[in-house]
Design a binder for this molecule. Structure first.
Ligand SMILES: [Fe+2]
Length: 468
């Protein structure tokens, strides 16, 4: 069954060449193929000969996944579509009820680019239960492959898997992709010569051997003029006329240079953004140090310990980045507090305590309009909150306090108690660790405290002596 609508140039191309398209799509008799436009709406649907869909085209063309499929499927699709938007191929599994088959399916979604601009997604959906089952594939002559439409932006090929692998069939797009004038120019070449790196073909064949099917194998290929380009190959062993494997490989190949370039540019932008943020944070930290060297050193000490606790807890890289930035700036609001209060040797009176306790909110106010990729201002706002609600400024409790703030709370106390001050000597790391041990489960998060104790007792973590 082939259905399509008019929402994507790609779908239009398919529509215009539907006669030849059946040759191409017959390679995917065991698959459902869908194409989505850049808004995530269906523009094309194909159920292979093994599958028929319940829905007629009118039921889904032009509609979004949430309009016709259950929320678990649409939620999963939304995530992979987001990945596609960022140039990445992504997969998900879902339970589908087709006219001929009900069960788990695996969907692979690849971004489609036109003139370097994201134009939608191509989804190949296969049953998870019969991946290795032979499926009926009509015998195809080389002429059929030559007749495949030239404007479908995927190359389709059949090759011999033995030796260096002779290319037996290819569609016009495959020839264009490799800089050849026609498929004939490409045929009878050794597929090994198309790879930029011969070892990459060996790795591809090894994956074929172990899984019988390979999806989205990314490799660098070489055009006729010697230039190289990134491709993604999906292939399986050919089983013509439902007989045993024929020693041939059928596959599709996509030029993913645009998506690789897009991903590279995104990574460059991200790295540049990270450098800008680190520079800004460093400048702010310098500003704190100009007023109060102790607070500046304390923030650096807390950052090292908080990140180590986060890693000990197995938190992801993004959370660790948030911890590092928030810790380095967590007492930024003390810029607002007079040094006479910050470094007062004796105990503080009520007015001074109340004034000192404004610093988390002051830090929050300074940073709340800065668009960090992490909730830095909010973490700083919460770093003196305590699990039992005894903290300040808002008396938050338990899960109301973000994990990053719970970690900084513990690291803050350990560093503060163990540090030397102008008016007193260090109380020592053992006293500091005893303070957090006593507070575990009441004022401090128990898991955070245990991770911190493990760092010092088992992994011999040491604090940086930032003095006074
Ligand atoms: Fe603080």
């Amino acid at each position: 069954m082939i259905v399509n609508g008019g929402h994507s140039q790609f779908a239009d191309l398919l529509k215009n060449s539907e006669g030849n398209l059946s040759s191409l799509l017959s390679l995917f008799s065991d698959s459902l193929i869908f194409i989505f436009d850049s808004e995530g709406r269906f523009t094309f649907g194909h159920g292979g000969s093994d599958f028929r869909l319940h829905l007629s085209p009118d039921n889904f063309i032009g509609k979004g996944v949430p309009d016709i499929l259950p929320s678990d499927v649409s939620d999963a699709f939304e995530k992979v579509f987001e990945e596609n938007l960022h140039g990445k191929v992504a997969e998900f599994s879902c339970w589908l009820d087709t006219e001929t088959h009900t069960g788990w399916f695996n969907a692979t979604c690849s971004p489609i680019y036109r003139n370097g601009i994201f134009d939608g997604s191509l989804a190949i959906v296969r049953s998870a239960s019969n991946e290795r089952k032979s499926t009926k594939v009509p015998r195809k002559s080389e002429e059929n492959y030559r007749g495949l439409p030239s404007d479908v932006p995927v190359g389709v090929f059949r090759s011999d898997r033995e030796g260096k692998g002779t290319l037996l069939a290819a569609n016009p797009m495959m020839a264009t992709m490799f800089g050849c004038d026609s498929p004939g120019e490409l045929l009878r070449k050794n597929t090994e010569s198309l790879y930029a790196d011969a070892d990459s073909r060996k790795s591809f064949l090894s994956k074929m051997e172990s899984g019988r099917i390979v999806e989205n194998y990314e490799t660098l290929m070489r055009r006729r003029d010697g230039s190289e380009f990134w491709t993604s190959i999906s292939a399986k062993y050919s089983t013509p006329d439902d007989k045993e494997e024929s020693g041939l490989i059928d596959g599709i190949i996509t030029d993913i240079s645009d998506s690789r370039l897009h991903a590279d540019n995104l990574q460059k932008n991200l790295n540049s953004l990270k450098r800008t943020i680190e520079g800004t944070v460093s400048a702010m930290s310098l500003l704190v140090g100009m007023k109060d060297p102790y607070t500046s050193g304390h923030q650096k000490g807390v950052a090292l310990l908080a990140c180590a606790i986060g890693q000990e807890m197995g938190l992801n890289e993004e959370t660790i980045d948030c911890l590092r930035i928030a810790s380095t700036l967590h007492d930024l609001g003390k810029l607002n507090i007079p040094l006479e209060i910050l470094n007062k040797p004796g105990s503080l009176n009520k007015f001074e305590i109340d004034f000192l306790r404004t610093h988390p909110k002051a830090g929050y106010d300074i940073l709340k309009t800065v668009e960090f990729p992490w909730p830095i201002a909010e973490v700083i706002h919460q770093h003196h909150e305590r699990q039992d609600g005894s903290g300040y400024p808002r008396g938050l409790k338990d899960d109301e306090i973000m994990m990053e703030a719970r970690i900084i709370a513990v690291a803050d106390v350990v560093d503060a108690v163990a540090s030397r001050r102008p008016y007193r000597a260090s109380k020592g790391i053992n006293v500091a660790l005893e303070v957090i041990r006593e507070g575990a489960g009441t004022v401090f998060d128990k898991e955070v405290v245990n991770s911190c104790l493990g760092l010092f007792y088992e992994k011999k973590f040491t604090l940086v002596d930032h003095g006074s």
